[in-house]
Ligand binder design. Structure first.
Ligand code: RUB
Length: 334
């Protein structure tokens, strides 16, 4: 059945799925904005129809990418603020709630930045992975305090989000050394911190972030470099309090191996029979796996920096109980 969702919501969902809008905080902000747009443009004639439309919009946004919990957390927050007896009241309350969410998100990030900057000392070298606005907020706050920072930026295959990080750091005047992911261990000798963000944090303190984070954290431990995770509380995953695991997104193999590259490999094989046009790998014996995220166990994480202060990963569950109470269910239920 076709969904009665505004084209602007469909467009935001498509942007998230294609990673034109990406990163957990940015996705949450866009999702809240899309719900506000849906509320603003709704043609619903009854309160029930309005609520249905908003729930459908939330589902459309939710089904884009599975790993960053900031997305369902944002949707749930906005829908819970949808309140009123008339369509006009529902519209106004939903828009106000979405705007409040976006304001709080920005405020939390800058508070977190100030907290995280306390861990950075003048002259420190920070190694980054992927592109995290929460992680960058810590560096930005340190720079504003006059602390000099240098960065070693991991490229982050296959989507090269390291380039976004490098560009931002250069805008701020931070000296950047860009390295391929495989060079991380060699360059850890020069680093004083590993600083990454998170897409989700589980109740046991496990950190779900861009694939490669866990290997980096293990290697950093071996080299004695502390690992700092910058993550607003919107990244805390409520379902993990009752034992659910976080789904790791598997992305299209063509991000790793383009069709023409696949054809090259198969051609060398000689006996391969491939369907190059649809990237189907069932026949040629060559499969590509492209997980977007991985899980770093809490023992490899030194501190989780949030807008509520910094925590050893093992104690994050206390904060989660305080924040979420009995939160359960999908964002559009209740
Ligand atoms: C982004 C990623 C980022 C977190 C945190 O992955 O792993 O480290 O989302 O980012 P992708 P932020 O590029 O696949 O979305 O701190 O901006 O929320």
């Amino acid at each position: 059945p076709g969904r009665n969702v505004d084209p602007a919501v469909e467009a935001t969902a498509a942007d998230i799925a294609a990673m034109d809008v990406r990163g957990a905080a940015t996705i949450a902000d866009a999702a809240a904005g899309a719900l506000a747009t849906q509320a603003d443009r709704s043609d619903a004639e009854t309160p029930a129809a309005f609520r249905d439309q908003l729930r459908e919009a939330a589902k459309t946004l939710y089904e884009t990418r599975p790993t960053a919990v900031s997305l369902p957390n944002a949707l749930r927050y906005v829908l819970r603020g949808m309140d009123g007896e008339t369509v006009a009241e529902l519209r106004a309350s939903t828009i106000a709630r979405a705007e409040e969410f976006q304001r709080d998100l920005a405020q939390a990030q800058s508070t977190l930045g100030a907290v995280g900057s306390n861990r950075l000392r003048d002259g420190d070298v920070v190694m980054t992975h992927c592109h995290s606005t929460d992680a960058l907020a810590c560096i930005e706050a340190a720079l504003e305090d006059g602390t000099e920072i240098e960065a070693i930026v991991k490229e982050t295959r296959p989507r090269k989000q390291g380039h976004i990080t490098a560009r931002q750091l250069r805008e701020w005047g931070v000296p950047v050394t860009l390295i391929v992911d495989s060079a991380a261990r060699r360059y850890l000798d020069r680093a004083d911190h590993v600083l990454v963000g998170a897409d989700s944090i589980a109740a046991d303190g496990s950190v779900v972030n861009k694939v490669g984070t866990s290997g980096l954290a293990v290697t950093a431990r071996e080299r004695g470099v502390p690992v700092m995770v910058a993550a607003q509380t919107i990244k805390l995953h409520p379902d993990t309090m009752t034992g659910h695991t976080v789904e790791i997104e598997m992305r299209d193999e063509r991000e790793v191996l383009a069709d023409d590259e696949r054809a090259e490999i198969a051609a060398d094989d000689g006996r391969a029979e491939i369907a190059a046009d649809d990237g189907d790998s069932t026949d040629d014996g060559l499969s590509v796996e492209n997980p977007a995220f991985d899980v770093t166990p809490p023992r490899y994480v030194d501190a989780i920096v949030t807008e509520r202060g910094q925590f050893p990963p093992e104690s994050i569950v206390t904060l989660m109980r305080e924040l979420f109470g009995e939160t359960t269910g999908e964002p559009w239920e209740r």
